[in-house]
Design a protein around this ligand. Structure first.
Ligand code: UDP
Length: 496
């Protein structure tokens, strides 16, 4: 028997089940990992909720990509939410409860049975890669004796900062009391002693109760973190070396394999070359958007001078009050720059039926900018007309901004965003962090500073350097590339 046949037989017995938390920022990187594992020859089942499954498959781009991956199967399960739930991330707690009630039993059933996705059945699941936010996944996998790897879609720096939150609760520092000094240093997160302030921790640390439901959820996630066989992070050794070094003391098998988009492009172009195809798929075809992308903004950008536009997006979950949106809009208009702004349906909580945009904003934007419901963000960031990214500092957006080499103005809202933005402002220095200050004067000043102010050149140089380095990490033989090889090897070993 040739070694080639043996390898093929081993591969056929490996079946990885990937289970993301059902929101855009988690589905995107985990689907990229699913593709990468599938390219390596493993059978992969990607589990998503019915609604997201339908939305993913309504994208021609996703369908085209799946058609290239016969070993990758999408399977859907209920999310446990009521019919009237908007499924837009605005009710996260309901989402978590729904998963616990309706999804957990089916998840157990899938793992306990074949794990298959068709009437012909499939080999049993030999390894699970579950989102760290799906707290029950590790219980079920342990119960059934199936190896499980943790995928956290946030940054390494926020992962590390989160680990200290229970201790800060025990010592009474959290919850921060009204009137306490939010600029005080937290001082107990290794490597961040000199710059991580209380205001840089997730906003629920400011809640009045230690029993805040998000806090309880976070503590569960932290308790779980050492129960997995490994930890996958969508980051790179270059960007987060210090935090990764600390994390490895806790979880020795940590695999920083980001930015996953870039890594997939590398691997795909190498395998396409092997298969004799003409190059890989162009970057614009990597979209995994759950919303329909409005591509008119690309033509609008084409007509704009280089580095003249501010791109504004708050991701898929953040919610803005009408008055916040108005302050932002005035800040942007007063900065004098043109802007492209994603106002996703439901972004404005107290807005009207037409996407919630106040009349003043809708009417006054025509001269200065363009509003779209959902943009092809990576293409937008790569466009030469974009000179600044006003972002909520979600981790995917932060990485995409880095990849494109675009300096940022950060206005974070919750979860890991306040930590990420602190790193942008203080450590990576590729942007300005204006957290907790959403007034028009601050927004105007920050946009001007990044576009043409005194610190602008330093931020642009830092952004350009980061872009170069993350590209090197995902290139053939780069650190993320090698970490992926190690992950594949380890999954094979634990699947036997
Ligand atoms: N995104 C997009 N088009 C938009 C706005 C956002 O494609 O108009 C994508 C963006 O590229 C990113 C994801 O949505 O990959 C948002 O993830 P992130 O982690 O930044 O934030 P979250 O939505 O989780 O808060």
């Amino acid at each position: 028997q040739s070694s080639r046949e043996t390898a093929a037989q081993v591969q056929a017995t490996i079946h990885v089940l990937i289970f993301p938390f059902p929101v855009q920022g988690h589905i995107t990187p985990m689907l990229k990992l699913a593709e990468l594992l599938s390219i390596s020859g493993m059978r992969v089942t990607f589990l998503s909720t019915h609604d997201n499954h339908r939305r993913l498959l309504s994208s021609a781009c996703v369908r085209a990509r799946l058609a290239r991956r016969p070993g990758l199967h999408l399977r859907s399960i209920p999310d446990g939410l009521s019919e009237d739930n908007p499924r837009d991330g605005s009710r996260l707690l309901e989402m978590i409860e729904g998963l616990d009630a309706a999804t957990l039993p089916l998840f157990r059933e899938i793992l306990a049975s074949s794990g298959g996705d068709g009437p012909e059945g499939a080999p049993p699941v030999t390894c699970v890669v579950a989102d760290g936010l799906i707290l029950f996944a590790v219980d079920v996998a342990e119960e059934l004796g199936i190896p499980i790897i943790n995928f956290r879609t946030s940054s390494a720096c926020s992962f590390l900062a989160y680990q200290r939150i229970p201790e800060l609760c025990e010592t009474g520092i959290i919850p921060f009391q009204d009137g306490c000094d939010l600029d005080k240093l937290v001082a107990c997160v290794p490597g961040m002693e000199n710059f991580l302030r209380r205001r840089d921790l997730p906003s629920f640390c400011r809640s009045n109760s230690v029993d805040d439901p998000y806090m309880r959820f976070l503590k569960g996630m932290i308790r779980n973190s050492t129960r997995y066989r490994g930890l996958v992070l969508n980051t790179s050794e270059f960007v987060e070396f210090a935090a990764l070094t600390q994390i490895r003391r806790l979880v020795p098998s940590t695999y920083p394999i980001g930015p996953l988009d870039g890594l997939l492009q590398t691997v795909e172009s190498l395998t396409s070359a092997v298969e004799g195809e003409a190059g890989g798929v162009p970057p614009s075809k990597y979209s995994t958007s759950l919303w329909q992308e409005d591509r008119t903004c690309i033509a609008w950008l084409d007509a704009s001078p280089p580095s003249s536009v501010v791109y504004v997006s708050f991701g898929s979950l953040a919610l803005l009050k009408g008055e916040q949106l108005l302050e932002l809009w005035h800040g942007l208009v007063n900065s004098g720059y043109h802007f492209l702004w994603v106002v996703r349906p439901g972004l404005v909580v107290d807005g009207g039926a037409d996407g919630g945009v106040p009349e003043e904003v809708a009417a006054g934007t025509e001269e200065r900018g363009l509003l779209v419901g959902w943009a092809p963000q990576q293409e937008v960031l790569a466009h030469p007309a974009v000179g600044c990214f006003l972002t909520h500092s979600g981790w995917n957006s932060t990485l995409e901004g880095m990849w494109a080499g675009v300096p940022m103005v950060c206005l974070p809202y919750f979860a890991d965003q306040p930590v990420n933005s602190r790193f942008v402002g203080e450590v990576w220095r590729n942007g300005a962090d204006i957290k907790d200050r959403c007034d028009r004067a601050t927004v105007e000043k920050a946009v001007r500073e990044v576009m043409a102010g005194e610190r602008g050149p330093e931020m642009r140089a830092a952004a350009a350097n980061l872009s170069e380095m993350v590209r090197e990490c995902v290139g053939e033989g780069g650190t993320s590339y090698k970490n992926l090889e190690r992950l594949i090897r380890d999954i094979r070993a634990m699947s036997l």
